[in-house]
Ligand binder design. Structure first.
Ligand code: ADP
Ligand code: MG
Length: 616
C-alpha cells in the first residue's frame, strides 16, 4: 500500500513507494480470474493449490451459512443445489421483472423485495443480493492476490460485458466496494481482450477488431474501432443463454439417445454426473479425435461433437452477421479477430470463425485468461507504469460546472471518448461583477449538491461591465489520462485562468490525505484565532493598568515622559483594533520595555516616600 505523508510545515503531500499492486479481475459468469503485471508482462494468479487460475464463479453456503467460493462450491452443485449459487453475473443490477425468463434456468430460488425492486436470492432462510454474492467471489480473488504478493491489495480494475447498462456497471462497482476493493476502472471485456493482444497500445492507424467471446453460458460479439488509443465499441450483440453449457447439454442428450438411458427423471444427480462427463469429453476432444470414459461406458468422436456444435455455431453466426450490419462495416473492413472464452478452444468453432472472416484469429493467448490479462494491463496503465501507453477510455460520468441556483451545467457528457475538449459561454449575473467563481462537478444529477465536486477556482479581474455583457468562455480539456484542465476566459478583455483538476473515481488515499490536510489546516486557523483573542485580551489589560499607573504617578514623571507613554499606549490600541496578533505582541513589548523602568522609578519613589513618612 502506498504511504502518504503530510508535511505540516509546507502543507504538502508526499507519496512514498513501495508501489501498490493494482489487480485486474475478470468477473465471469462461469469462471473468474485475477491477474497482475510485472515488468510489462501480464500473469494470472493460481488458487492456493496452484492448480488453476480459473475460479468457478460459484458460491456454496454450508449449513452454518458460511460461504465457500470456487471449486469446492462447484463440487456442491449436484448434492447441494439449493444452497449453491452459480451464474450470479446474470442477475447483477437486475430487477425481478427483468428475470422472469431467467428463473426457469436456475436451480436456486430468486425472490423480489418490494422496497428496492432488486433481485435477491434465497438460501435457506437467508437472502442475498447478487452484489453480495459477487463480492464474495471478488473477495476470494483479492485474497488470492494478497497471498501471492504477501501484502494487502486494495485496488482493482474489473471487466464487464460491453452491453452492461448503467445499473449493471454500478452493481459491479458496488460489489467491488463490498469486497474491500477500490474499483479504479470498469473495463469492457472486448477492450481488455484487445489490450491483452497489445492492440491499441500505440498510436497507429485505425484498426477494426472483432471480439468473438463464447464462454460457458453467454455469447458476446463486439466490433471495436481502435484509433489513437481510443477504443470505441461500434456494435455489440450476443445471447445471454448461449455457450459451452449448451454443448454439454447436447452431448448429454446425444448419449441418452445413443445408449438408450431411461429413468433419468427421478435421478437428478445421475443427470448432473453425465453432464459433467460430457464437459470432460468436450474438453478432451479439443485436443484428441476420440473420447472414452474411464469405465468404457461413454464414447464420443470429434466428428460427432462437431455435428452437435453446428447448430450453436449457426446461432452465433447470425448474431455476428447482425452485429456486423449494425456496425455499418463490411467483412473486409475487419483487420483482426480475437477469440475469447473457454468454448473457443473447440477446433470446430475456431475453424468456422476463421472461415467466415477469412482471417486467422488471434488465439495465442489462453482464451479463458485473455480478459483478465487485459484487465491487469489496464491496471498497470492506471498505476502509471506504462508511460508509452495511452489510457484508453470514455469518461464514465458527466463533467460540468455549477450555474445560478446550484444547477449542474454539463460541458462534457458521460461516455464521451477521451481525450476530449468542449467549451461553453457564460456571462455575469450582477452589474460590475469582477470575479467569477467556477465550481467543477462530476455526475449526472441536476443539482450540483447531489454530484461530486472536483474543485473550484476564481476568474478574477473581469473589467466591470453591466450584467450580461462579459463573454466568459469556460473550456474543459480532458486528456487521455482522465485529467481535466479547466480554462476560463473573458473574451472581451482577454483575461484568463487555467487550473488542473484530477478527476478520480471513488475516494483514493490521496484524496483522503487531502481531506485530512485541510482539517489540519483548519485546525491551524482555529489556533490562530484563539492566539489573537488571547493577545487582544492581554493587551487590553495592560492598557487598563497603564492608565491607572499614569493617574497614580502623574506627579513623578515630567509631561514629556507621560506623552511618550501615551504614544506607546495609543499604538497598542491601534494594534488591538487591527486584529494582527503579531503587531499586538510587538506593541505590547514596546510598551512594556518603555514602562518597566518607569515602574521601577515609581516604585523606588513610593518606597522612599513611605519610608520618609515614617519616623524611626
Ligand atoms: P465465462 O466467460 O462465461 O465465465 P469461460 O470463458 O471461463 O466462461 O468459459 C467456460 C466454458 O469454456 C465452459 O463451458 C467450459 O466447458 C468451456 N471450455 C473450457 N475449456 C475448454 C476446452 N478445452 N474445450 C472446449 N470448451 C472448453
Ligand atoms: Mg468471460
Amino acid at each position: 500500500m502506498a504511504k502518504i505523508s503530510i508535511d505540516l510545515k509546507k502543507g504538502s503531500i508526499h507519496k512514498e513507494a513501495p508501489k501498490e499492486h493494482i489487480i485486474g479481475i475478470d468477473l465471469g459468469t462461469t469462471n473468474s480470474l485475477v491477474a497482475y503485471v510485472e515488468d510489462n508482462q501480464a500473469y494470472t494468479i493460481a488458487d492456493s493449490c496452484g492448480k488453476s487460475a480459473l475460479i468457478p464463479s460459484v458460491v456454496y453456503f454450508d449449513h452454518n451459512d458460511e460461504p465457500h467460493v470456487g471449486t469446492e462450491a462447484k463440487d456442491k452443485l449436484i448434492t447441494q443445489a439449493s444452497r449453491t449459487i452459480y451464474s450470479v453475473k446474470r442477475l447483477l443490477g437486475k430487477s425481478y421483472q427483468d428475470l422472469n425468463e431467467v428463473q426457469s434456468h436456475l436451480g436456486y430460488q430468486i425472490i423480489d423485495q418490494d422496497e428496492d425492486q432488486l433481485v435477491k436470492i434465497r438460501v435457506g432462510d437467508k437472502f442475498y443480493s447478487p452484489i453480495e454474492l459477487s463480492a464474495l467471489i471478488l473477495k476470494k480473488l483479492k485474497e488470492m492476490a494478497e497471498r501471492h504478493f504477501a501484502t494487502s491489495v486494495s485496488k482493482a480494475v474489473i471487466t464487464i460485458p460491453a452491453y452492461f447498462n448503467d445499473s449493471q456497471r454500478q452493481a459491479t462497482r458496488d460489489a467491488g466496494k463490498l469486497a474491500g476493493l477500490d474499483v479504479l476502472r470498469i473495463v469492457n471485456e472486448p477492450t481488455a481482450a484487445s489490450l491483452a493482444y497489445g492492440i491499441g497500445t500505440s498510436r497507429e492507424d485505425a484498426e477494426v477488431i472483432v471480439v468473438y467471446d463464447l464462454g460457458g453460458g453467454t455469447f458476446d460479439i463486439s466490433i471495436l474501432k481502435i484509433e489513437d488509443g481510443i477504443f470505441e465499441v461500434l456494435a455489440t450483440n450476443g445471447d445471454t443463454f448461449l455457450g459451452g453449457d449448451d454443448i454439454d447439454r447436447a452431448i448429454l442428450e446425444h448419449w441418452i439417445k445413443k445408449y438408450h438411458i431411461t429413468n433419468l427423471n427421478d435421478n437428478k444427480s445421475m443427470v448432473q454426473r453425465i453432464r459433467l462427463l460430457a464437459e470432460t469429453a468436450k474438453k478432451s476432444l479439443s485436443i484428441h479425435q476420440y473420447f472414452e470414459s474411464d469405465d468404457g461406458q461413454f464414447q464420443l468422436t470429434r466428428t460427432e461433437l462437431n455435428q452437435l456444435i453446428a447448430p450453436l455455431w449457426q446461432k452465433t453466426l447470425s448474431l455476428t452477421k447482425a452485429c456486423l450490419e449494425d456496425s455499418g462495416l463490411q467483412l473486409d473492413d475487419i483487420d483482426q479477430v480475437i477469440l475469447v472464452g473457454g468454448s473457443t478452444r473447440t477446433p470446430y468453432i475456431k475453424e468456422r470463425v476463421a472461415e467466415f472472416f477469412q482471417l486467422t484469429p488471434n488465439d495465442t493467448l489462453d482464451p479463458d485468461q485473455v480478459v483478465a490479462l487485459g484487465a491487469a494491463i489496464q491496471a498497470d496503465i492506471l498505476a502509471g507504469n506504462r508511460k508509452d501507453m495511452l489510457l484508453l477510455d470514455v469518461t464514465p460520468l458527466s463533467l460540468g460546472i455549477e450555474t445560478i441556483g446550484g444547477l449542474m451545467d454539463t460541458i462534457i457528457p458521460r461516455n464521451t471518448k477521451i481525450p476530449a475538449r468542449a467549451g461553453r459561454q457564460y456571462t455575469t449575473s450582477v452589474d460590475g461583477q469582477t470575479n467569477l467563481k467556477v465550481s467543477v462537478y462530476q455526475g449526472e444529477r441536476d443539482l450540483v449538491s447531489d454530484n461530486r465536486k472536483l474543485g473550484s477556482f476564481v476568474l478574477s479581474g473581469i473589467p466591470p461591465m453591466a450584467t450580461g455583457l462579459p463573454k466568459i468562455e469556460i473550456q474543459f480539456i480532458l486528456d487521455a489520462d482522465g485529467i481535466l484542465r479547466v480554462k476560463a476566459m473573458e473574451l472581451r478583455s482577454g483575461i484568463e485562468t487555467e487550473v488542473e483538476i484530477k478527476s478520480q473515481y471513488g475516494i483514493t488515499e490521496e484524496e483522503m490525505a487531502h481531506m485530512l490536510l485541510s482539517s489540519i489546516q483548519n485546525a491551524q486557523s482555529d489556533m490562530d484565532t484563539r492566539a489573537l483573542i488571547e493577545a487582544q485580551t492581554e493587551a487590553k489589560n495592560i492598557l487598563v493598568h497603564s492608565e491607572k499607573f499614569l493617574l497614580q504617578n502623574a506627579s513623578i514623571f515630567d509631561t514629556e515622559t507621560q506623552e511618550q507613554l501615551r504614544t506607546h499606549m495609543k499604538a497598542l490600541e491601534v494594534a488591538i483594533a487591527s486584529a494582527d496578533k503579531d503587531l499586538i505582541n510587538t506593541k505590547m513589548e514596546h510598551l512594556n520595555a518603555f514602562s518597566a523602568p518607569l515602574a521601577q522609578i515609581a516604585m523606588d519613589y513610593n518606597i522612599a516616600k513611605a519610608l520618609k513618612g515614617k519616623s524611626i
